[in-house]
Ligand binder design. Structure first.
Ligand code: BG6
Length: 293
């Protein structure tokens, strides 16, 4: 199907009725619905679905730079580009298709990209919807250049929540984090869980591979499993920053939280011919399931 700008998007469906939508704009997942038809990702009502702007919501991919500390535009260029369908991707591990519902996309640098980031790469993304509705993203980035290059990366995942004040994130306790609100100063997490009562903009270092987002009001929990992605970003803009973003509603910060599997603090370096893989699996479960098991 096409979006209203004529950009192709691919819809994936599981036999039980879960679905996901992936746009060639940014290689971005823009919707993930449970088998009950509930939308699980947040997209702003003010989102602009038109390149060269990234879509505010879903899962933008930050590559080859996370944040604005490097020479590139904030979060890199991958999320602003039109990706192509990859008809003949090199084989993945046998269980990486997670059933039949998947799409393979590819991004190669344009002339313009090579001017600001002179490294040739092939970025292959597989998005798949498992039979049970789990959403899996696999990124493979290959150096097809004659010199090594380094990059940082994040699956900037906007989860939909009922009320941010009732949300807690588990799995980050006792970890060190860099706080973007304090010039990336390093702190240690003191709480039993991360909760929200003001703006949060952090990169947690060397996080465990399983993180949970508990939504008390909706009685559901998102479970993120990651592989190849040591760091975790947690972001909620809260009131003041929301008002400063043109493509985000003033009150929408209450209904979202970004929790990203990422590789930021120690950039990934690829030698010529080398490939890196970063995976996330997103699952939603009723909260009672978590406390009972
Ligand atoms: C977060 C950054 O991950 O992304 C924030 O740490 C930033 O500082 C946010 O505001 C959104 O970025 P953007 O470029 O999509 O507005």
């Amino acid at each position: 199907t096409k979006d209203w700008n004529g950009i192709d998007q691919v819809v994936l469906r599981s036999p039980q009725g879960a679905s996901a939508r992936v746009s060639l704009h940014g290689g971005q997942v823009t919707s993930w619905r449970s088998e009950h038809g509930e939308e699980l990702l947040f997209t702003s009502s003010k989102a602009i679905f038109k390149p060269p702007k990234a879509i505010r919501g879903g899962i933008p991919i930050c590559f080859p730079q996370f944040g604005n500390g490097g020479s590139l535009e904030q979060h890199g260029f991958a999320r602003n580009k039109i990706w192509a369908i990859d008809d003949d991707p090199p084989p993945l591990r046998p269980n990486d298709s997670h059933g039949k519902s998947f799409v393979d996309l590819i991004l190669r640098p344009s002339e313009e990209d090579l001017k600001c980031w002179p490294h040739s790469f092939e970025f292959r993304l597989r998005v798949s919807l498992a039979t049970d509705g789990d959403l899996n993203l696999i990124s493979r980035i290959r150096n097809v250049y004659c010199k090594p290059f380094s990059f940082s990366f994040a699956y900037h995942t906007y989860f939909s929540v009922s009320d941010i004040s009732e949300v807690r994130i588990e799995g980050l306790e006792t970890l060190d984090y860099l706080d973007n609100l304090f010039q990336r100063e390093r702190f240690t997490e003191q709480g039993n869980a991360v909760t929200f009562e003001s703006e949060v903009d952090r990169v947690y270092l060397s996080a465990p591979n399983g993180i949970a987002i508990l939504d008390h009001e909706k009685k559901r929990t998102f479970v993120i499993r990651k592989d190849g992605l040591p760091d975790v970003v947690v972001w909620n803009p809260w009131e003041k920053k929301s008002k400063s973003m043109g493509d985000f509603g003033d009150e929408e910060y209450k209904q979202m939280v970004c929790v990203d599997g990422a590789a930021i603090v120690r950039p990934i370096t690829l030698k010529p011919g080398e490939e890196w893989t970063g995976r996330v699996q997103l699952k939603v479960v009723p909260s009672s399931f978590c406390s009972d098991h």
